[in-house]
Design a protein around this ligand. Structure first.
Ligand SMILES: [Zn+2]
Length: 102
């Protein structure tokens, strides 16, 4: 099984990815967090691995939205798209390899 990533490229930026127990912001427990100004994504490790992976995709989608769409997507749109992309990636390994040119 692949290691969880320490970095992820979004456009021209190389985001650092951090994994934290009990990740909070403003007193609220979070699944994850996208910090555009710090070029960082954080994932809460309190949750099962599959949920951490989906959270990682969700936070990457926030970064993609920020980079390519100037934050036009709503939280609901990001959530639905991230779930769909997560399922698509996991259900189509051969298609993913083809997209990667492998
Ligand atoms: Zn979100």
């Amino acid at each position: 099984m692949a290691k969880r990533p320490a970095f992820v490229n979004i456009g021209t930026q190389n985001y650092g990815v951090e994994y934290h127990e009990h990740l909070t912001a403003d007193g609220s427990l979070l699944y994850g967090h996208h910090l555009h100004s710090e070029i960082k994504i954080k994932v809460n490790t309190d949750y099962p691995e599959d949920l951490q992976r989906e959270t990682f995709v969700h936070e990457c989608l926030h970064a993609i939205d920020c980079r390519y769409l100037n934050d036009k997507l709503s939280e609901d749109q990001v959530s639905v798209l991230a779930s769909g992309i997560f399922d698509w990636i996991r259900s189509n390994p051969e298609a993913i390899d083809w997209v990667k040119g492998k």
